[in-house]
Design a protein around this ligand. Structure first.
Ligand code: 9MR
Length: 362
């Protein structure tokens, strides 16, 4: 049985908002070898088709870009009915000093989501990356670290109680062999840091659905076996975990076979767990060709199909909205073209492919 993702009232607000929202992006789109010609009418928003099917189509959003670019904000609000806080609620950004939290970005993202009838996924409470120097550089005892992590989770989750529907509580804790990663948290607290984090998040917001989130564990392999074993132990131990996030950072040649993703979702479903696709992008490399865009569209469509057909998957989040601001373009000088809209905010063939898949679904 699925837990309702949002209260009914918010769902109605979402629908009302999407009806009232007029697309504000510049149209018609300029010509390109890959993208629709200027005479083609812009496609309907993804969220409108998603909502008709009770589905959540999301984008990771950083306040840094939202604050600076209203066209980007319009794109996100028009196309998506969910946002994930890309960086603003990670430990370092939100808790930059021992006694100081910075909620500017998180508050702004939650307010933006509410104003636009979008749900929010909070990302992420416990990770080995983007931790502040004061935390990782300190000579902290195990007891102090436990106290500190509990206070952090209570403060961050508690602030958004009732406003953030789902949390990635623990991120990327399993290595490629399926064992626990040697992380700051494992060294400092031991394996108990995982169940403790879920327990504290649940105490801070009993209605939020709580996820373990990882990458490279979408198909059936040693890593996804390790994730399965971990979440099974948590479930068996009565720990409040409700789902697994499959990040789905893939490329044209290593995307997981849909059948394996479906099998993986099914076995997690047998444990009573939901699955969200949480961070999807499909890298195409530096050269962008129509063939690559087509292949990318097929991969997006395949993964949406798997999710729609599973009885425990109702959410697919893309890790960014436009290539202009995607994490892939932060890392390389090339855009790598991994998300759904290009650097000029124009929809790629993948958008059409997702719309088509929604239309084929009851
Ligand atoms: O998109 C995020 C990017 O802006 C940050 O610089 C980076 C820091 O590690 O994290 C990126 O997001 C990651 C996410 O939090 C966890 N899964 C992998 C994502 C891409 O690296």
């Amino acid at each position: 049985m699925k837990k309702p993702f949002l209260p009914l009232a918010l769902l109605f607000a979402t629908l009302a908002c999407s009806i009232l929202q007029a697309p504000t992006l510049p149209t018609p789109f300029p010509t390109s070898t890959v993208l629709p010609s200027p005479t083609v009418a812009p496609p309907p928003p993804l969220r409108s088709l998603a909502e008709e099917r009770g589905f959540w189509i999301g984008s990771a959003v950083s306040y840094e870009y939202l604050r600076a670019d209203s066209i980007y904000g319009d794109l996100v609000a028009r196309e998506f009915n969910l946002l994930t806080t890309e960086n603003d609620l990670k430990f370092g950004p939100v808790h930059p000093e021992p006694d100081r939290y910075d909620f500017e970005g998180g508050d702004a993202l939650v307010a933006f989501a509410q104003a636009n009838g979008m749900a929010v996924r909070g990302h992420t409470l416990v990770w080995d990356s983007q931790n502040p120097d004061w935390l990782v550089g300190g000579n902290t005892t195990r007891d102090e670290l436990i106290r500190l992590l509990r206070e952090h989770i209570y403060t961050v989750v508690g602030r958004y109680r009732g406003q953030i529907a789902a949390w990635d509580v623990v991120n990327e804790a399993i290595d490629g062999d399926g064992n626990l990663h040697d992380t700051f948290w494992l060294r400092g607290i031991g394996p108990d840091y995982i169940p403790l984090a879920f327990q504290w998040a649940h105490e801070a917001d009993p209605d939020a659905i709580l996820f373990y989130n990882d990458q490279g564990a979408e198909r059936m392999n040693a890593k996804s076996d390790g994730v399965y074993a971990l979440v099974k132990r948590l479930r068996d131990g009565g720990i409040p975990i409700h789902g697994v996030g499959m990040q789905m950072h893939v490329d044209l040649y290593t995307a997981p076979p849909p059948g394996e993703v479906a099998a993986n979702m099914a076995r997690l479903g047998e444990l009573g767990l939901e699955v969200h696709i949480t961070e999807m992008d499909v890298r195409v490399g530096s050269e962008i060709t129509p063939e690559k865009m087509h292949r990318q569209a097929v991969i997006y469509q395949d993964m949406l199909k798997v999710c729609l057909e599973a009885n425990n998957c109702d959410t697919m989040v893309v890790w960014g909205a436009t290539d202009r601001y995607s994490w892939l373009s932060e890392r390389t000088s090339m855009q790598d073209a991994g998300v759904l809209f290009d650097i000029d905010y124009r929809p790629k063939p993948a958008v059409e492919a997702l719309l088509e898949r929604f239309e084929l679904t009851e």
